[in-house]
Design a protein around this ligand. Structure first.
Ligand SMILES: NC(=O)c1ccc[n+]([C@@H]2O[C@H](COP(=O)([O-])OP(=O)(O)OC[C@H]3O[C@@H](n4cnc5c(N)ncnc54)[C@H](OP(=O)(O)O)[C@@H]3O)[C@@H](O)[C@H]2O)c1
Length: 298
């Protein structure tokens, strides 16, 4: 049987590299679209695992189209602001369409932003803007909503404060948030890329868990008492976001402090709650829970 050809953009990155790995393990032929100026060592790594690296000008539709010839899906795992999420993804999409690729997965990999309004989260607004273009294009698109990357719970997200044995939260202690590890998101994306029958949106969560339940996991796994501490309501968080944006605008940063706060506010919002979940679509998926993640630390 001939192998399916999947094109991946952003394969030099954290998620994209893992998507490529998962696709190769599933027997796909993977073409990684890489900018000529990209890190040479990473290029060698991708080639070593079996990806076909194509060095090209990512602003050139024709070059992208040539690289996409014969592919059944283009997966974007690009990360950036409007120049990337909107402009570069438009060029990638146009190149895919020019080559007659039937399916496209945009670089969403976020909480389900379909019920949110513009202005509530800068990075998610950019995705919604790109969708306006994507949804008029002659290609089938599937977005993957995975909540937050679970791996960040023990690092970037200021929620579990290990040294002080605290679990901090905003709003309602019993509100469940969706978390999925980067590896699980990558494996699921590889499945989606190879599946020709996917809908416009797929929603996944390795775990849906509230701050209270996170503190219970911490108590159980660590054998120590973690205190649940409410830092304030979502209204206060909105006020802090406004002030932070004034004093520390970081408009050209992908993840300024206020953007992380916007994400947390969205995660704690009822509109981010997943009413339907597509975890069971692929039988080979084994989901990592927050308890699994924390257990690795002890
Ligand atoms: N839900 C969550 O909690 C969460 C957390 C983090 C990320 N994400 C999302 O996951 C996706 C992937 O993020 P990541 O953290 O894996 O990103 P990353 O590690 O920063 O990798 C980004 C990739 O995009 C490429 N890239 C950036 N600008 C480009 C451009 N103008 N043209 C072509 N390629 C460009 C980079 O290529 P070079 O190597 O050439 O620079 C790199 O391969 C993004 O949609 C991101 O927002 C979600």
């Amino acid at each position: 049987m001939t192998k399916k050809i999947i094109v991946v953009a952003g394969g030099m990155g954290n998620l994209g590299g893992r998507i490529i790995n998962a696709l190769l393990n599933k027997g796909a032929e993977v073409r990684a679209l890489v900018r000529s100026k990209s890190n040479k060592e990473k290029i060698i790594q991708l080639e070593r695992i079996g990806a076909k690296v194509i060095l090209l000008d990512m602003t050139n539709e024709q070059e992208i189209s040539n690289a996409c010839s014969g592919a059944t899906c283009v997966v974007s795992a690009l990360a950036g602001l409007d120049d990337v999420v909107i402009e570069s993804q438009k060029v990638l999409l146009n190149g895919a369409i020019l080559a007659g690729v039937p399916r496209f997965i945009p670089s969403d990999y976020s909480l389900d932003f379909t019920k949110f309004k513009d202005g509530e989260n800068r990075n998610l607004d950019l995705r919604r803007d790109f969708h306006k273009y994507l949804d008029t294009a002659s290609i089938s698109a599937t977005s993957i909503f995975n909540g937050a990357f679970m791996d960040m719970l023990t690092k970037e997200i200021p929620m579990i404060i290990f040294k002080k044995r605290l679990v901090l939260y905003w709003g309602n202690a019993d509100h469940k948030m969706g978390f999925t590890t980067v590896d699980d998101t990558a494996m699921y994306t590889a499945n989606v890329a190879l599946d020709e029958t996917t809908p416009r949106y797929l929603r996944i969560a390795g775990d849906q868990i509230s701050p209270r339940e996170i503190s219970e996991v911490m108590n159980e796994v660590s054998g120590q008492k973690f205190r649940l501490l409410r830092t304030g309501g979502l209204g206060l968080l909105s006020g802090i976001i406004k002030i932070t944006k004034i004093f520390s605008p970081g408009k050209t940063d992908l993840y300024p402090a206020w953007q992380g706060m916007q994400y947390m506010r969205n995660m704690m919002d009822d509109r981010a709650t997943l009413n339907t979940i597509d975890n069971n679509r692929y039988v080979d998926m084994k989901w990592t829970t927050v308890k699994d993640l924390i257990a690795k630390l002890y």
